[in-house]
Write a protein that binds this ligand. Structure first.
Ligand code: IMP
Ligand code: MG
Length: 187
């Protein structure tokens, strides 16, 4: 149990974090995912690894360092959440790719698939640009929350319907820096 520090605006620190996935467990899983991704895309002239900002930044950093393919890294920022824990189901693109992906293999890297609306929107957008292979790797998935089916080829861990933070994932922009993943417990 870790106390959330420091407290302060815009919200008070009224929750604790219970570790559910240790840094070691995550590292081992990332290594396995990278091995599978390397095998799947070999051979490829170039793999465009597309991170969904901001939650995937730690995961993508660890993942790409284990990829042995010719890789480029780019980012998309899509927003569906305010600062709370409820999805609005309304997805907007705040930052688009710099890279033209036509004819190129694309791996979309996401932190969590929850309802599926964010990835569904992003995949539809990318598909209009005629990429080569278009696949998804998500670190976490909450299957019980799914509202839209998403073709996720690689999932790190399936988790129950709990709000989680750490390893890049936030609650109202906090706790992204935790090296492990924990469930938020409200008091
Ligand atoms: P979806 O569109 O409902 O699938 O939501 C996906 C996005 O919601 C993820 O990329 C996260 O940014 C956010 N999200 C979903 N569950 C959590 C959570 O437990 N903690 C933090 N962010 C979450
Ligand atoms: Mg996200």
């Amino acid at each position: 149990m870790q106390q959330c520090l420091p407290p302060g605006p815009p919200m008070t620190c009224d929750y604790t974090i219970k570790s559910i996935l240790s840094a070691e467990e995550i590292a081992a899983r990332v290594e396995t995912l990278a091995t599978e991704i390397n095998a799947y895309f070999t051979p490829t002239p170039k793999l465009i690894v597309v991170g969904l900002l901001r939650g995937s930044f730690v995961f993508i950093a660890d993942l790409v360092r284990q990829l042995t393919l010719p890789v480029e890294v780019d980012f998309i920022e899509a927003a569906s959440y305010g600062s709370g824990t409820q999805s609005s189901h309304e997805v907007r693109i705040l930052k688009d790719l710099r890279t033209a992906v036509e004819g190129l293999d694309v791996l979309v890297v996401e932190d969590i698939v929850d309802t599926g609306h964010t990835l569904s929107h992003v995949l539809r957008l990318l598909a209009t640009r005629n990429p080569g292979r278009l696949e998804v790797c998500a670190l976490l998935s909450k299957p019980s929350r799914r509202e839209v089916e998403i073709p996720v080829r690689w999932t790190g861990f399936e988790i129950p319907d709990e709000f989680v933070v750490g390893y890049g994932i936030d609650y109202a922009q906090r706790n992204r820096n935790l090296p492990y993943i924990g469930a938020v417990e409200f008091e």
